[in-house]
Design a protein around this ligand. Structure first.
Ligand SMILES: [Zn+2]
Length: 298
């Protein structure tokens, strides 16, 4: 009898409902951070990649498959950014909750993308036919995605709908105030010219009024020719670029080389949450990105 009661208690301990109502898998750290902003302790978040990885090319490892298998919700950039690995993860995980329907959330479905090609031609390099998928550095698009994601959390977990609504309201207030602060601070950057490594800065450039005059990787995934690089050196010098932008995960050598040829500083930006010590969350990501740009804009 006592033994039986003891076993029941032990069983209860091990099957006690988790404090987390939802288990989420985020393909990239920015969406993991956004899920935490909106879900708090109610949503347990696994993040599939780090800021030091190139998310165009991720291996569908068993550890990632296990995380997708236990998820109620998968949140990814979309626009084909993860086309090389996400379909594989979902297939291998065999979890119908996230294969389609409300458990499958693509940020790109919530916004309009820039640089949508008018024609598809492989000679243009490894282009993204659904437009540029690197939109996490536009705070307005992040806000639009936050609203859609919050509605999705409420749809999947109705008992906490009021809590999600409250957290979105709180996030929106803090985020909108931060946008005002960032825009005021970054005003001196307007009209300044940059050279980029990969074509992943169009949203940041458009938001802050930076002008991209060239790219080390002129076609995504295609190595530059020496003629292209020579032209880029001339361009950066003649047009007075103030910075060469690259992400924390990228090879430093091409930017360092161009910097040595031109005297234009190469700036490593976090690109996403976790890209450096300051970019601890979405707010830190934007704070640090603008601080690093201003530091070389003098
Ligand atoms: Zn890309």
């Amino acid at each position: 009898m006592y033994k039986y009661a003891f076993l029941l208690i032990v069983a209860a301990l091990f099957t006690a409902p988790s404090a987390h109502a939802l288990q989420a898998f985020a393909c990239e750290p920015e969406w993991g951070s956004l899920l935490t902003e909106l879900g708090g302790d109610t949503v347990q978040v696994d993040v599939g990649t780090s800021a030091l990885q190139d998310v165009h090319v991720i291996e569908a490892k068993p550890s990632l498959i296990a995380k997708v298998r236990r998820a109620d919700l998968v949140v990814c950039s979309g626009a084909d950014l993860e086309v090389g690995w996400l379909p594989q993860l979902i297939k291998q995980a065999g979890n119908p909750k996230v294969a389609s329907g409300p458990g499958y959330f693509l940020a790109s479905d919530q916004i309009t993308t820039l640089e949508k090609p008018s024609k598809l031609d492989r000679s243009e390099g490894d282009i993204h036919p659904q437009g540029n998928p690197h939109f996490q550095l536009d705070p307005y698009r992040v806000l639009a995605i936050a609203k859609a994601l919050d509605a999705r959390l409420a749809e999947l977990d109705p008992p906490h709908a009021a809590q999600y609504r409250q957290r979105l309201a709180d996030f929106t207030t803090r985020w909108t105030a931060a946008i005002g602060k960032w825009e005021a601070k970054a005003a001196p950057l307007k009209g300044r010219k940059v050279v980029v490594h990969h074509l992943s800065w169009v949203y940041l450039n458009t938001w802050l009024g930076l002008e991209q005059i060239g790219a080390l990787e002129p076609k995504p995934g295609v190595p530059p020719t020496s003629a292209h690089l020579a032209g880029l050196v001339e361009l950066a010098k003649n047009q007075h670029a103030f910075a060469i932008l690259r992400a924390a995960y990228q090879d430093q050598k091409p930017g360092d080389w161009l910097s040595a040829q031109t005297g234009v500083p190469a700036v490593t930006l976090p690109f996403t949450v976790g890209g450096d010590a300051q970019a601890k969350d979405l707010f830190g990501l934007f704070d640090d990105t603008i601080d690093k740009l201003l530091a070389v804009a003098k």
